[in-house]
Design a protein around this ligand. Structure first.
Ligand SMILES: Nc1ncnc2c1ncn2[C@@H]1O[C@H](COP(=O)(O)OP(=O)(O)OP(=O)(O)O)[C@@H](O)[C@H]1O
Length: 238
């Protein structure tokens, strides 16, 4: 069972090596429930590596990391975690509609052993509709996702994570190179999460319209934490 008092994410003495080189070293980070934490730093500072290592997607060479109190290898409750990668891996493959991709965010909530009861299917549909609405893509639900702009595809990924209704969202550079409309849609998605008291870890070069929503920042340089701001309580709009 997961420890209900454990922080959503915690790393102690995190070390990651790539090609024999330490790209993350001596990182201590505790993400508390309700934090909206921005991970900042220049290109190559180790931001993506840090969030992947926090989720166990990249192995630690030393130190430890825990998700709701469990090491990633033992953690089972993945529906509590939403991860938005930097890019949508949409190459060749069968073109999926925006709705299909967003609906895939519900899969981790399903029982593996039996078909979803009718009530669950209605809840799935409602969650997918809400997620599409939040990122401003309700009108594109039937479109093939590979026809969308990069910023809109990023919104699809965010909607997929929102649809899963996880407790903690980890987003890797959701605003990198996206148009102003998509930036605004992301800021409104983030505002909705912050209002709901969800935990968010956000990798960013620049915060732009998301800045007022951030409660804490950690800045990386050459794989180490070089600056941190203290946690502040946001005045959450009703
Ligand atoms: N798969 C990999 N193999 C080898 N080196 C890697 C790999 N992934 C990342 N690195 C190296 O690790 C360092 C940190 O990369 P990382 O992507 O975490 O930085 P970042 O701060 O997220 O950068 P960006 O803002 O450009 O995404 C860089 O020097 C990068 O070249």
């Amino acid at each position: 069972m997961n420890d209900t008092t454990a922080p959503p994410l915690a790393m102690t003495g995190g070390l990651v090596r790539r090609d024999g080189r330490a790209v993350l070293a001596g990182v201590d980070l505790r993400v508390e429930a309700g934090d909206v934490l921005a991970v900042l730093g220049p290109n190559g500072a180790g931001k993506s590596t840090l969030v992947k290592a926090l989720l166990g997607l990249v192995p630690l060479a030393a130190g430890r990391t825990e998700i709701f109190g469990e090491p990633p290898a033992r953690f089972r409750d993945w529906r509590r975690v939403g991860y938005v990668p930097q890019r949508l891996p949409m190459g060749g493959g069968v073109p999926a509609t925006v709705r299909e991709i967003v609906a895939s965010g519900r899969v981790a909530r399903r029982s593996r052993w039996r078909p979803a009861p009718l009530a669950d299917r209605a809840a799935d549909r409602a969650a997918v509709d809400r997620a599409l609405e939040t990122v401003g893509l309700a009108g594109r639900a039937r479109d093939s996702a590979h026809l969308l702009s990069g910023g809109q595809q990023q919104r699809v990924l965010i909607a997929r994570a929102l649809a899963g209704e996880p407790d903690v969202f980890v987003m890797d550079e959701p605003t990198a190179g996206v148009d102003a409309g998509s930036q605004a849609a992301l800021a409104s998605a983030l505002a909705a999460l912050a209002r709901a008291g969800r935990t968010v870890v956000l990798v960013a070069h620049e915060l732009g319209p998301m800045e007022p929503l951030v409660t804490r920042t950690v800045e990386l340089g050459h794989g180490r934490v070089v600056r941190e701001t203290a946690r502040q309580t946001l005045e959450r709009p009703a």
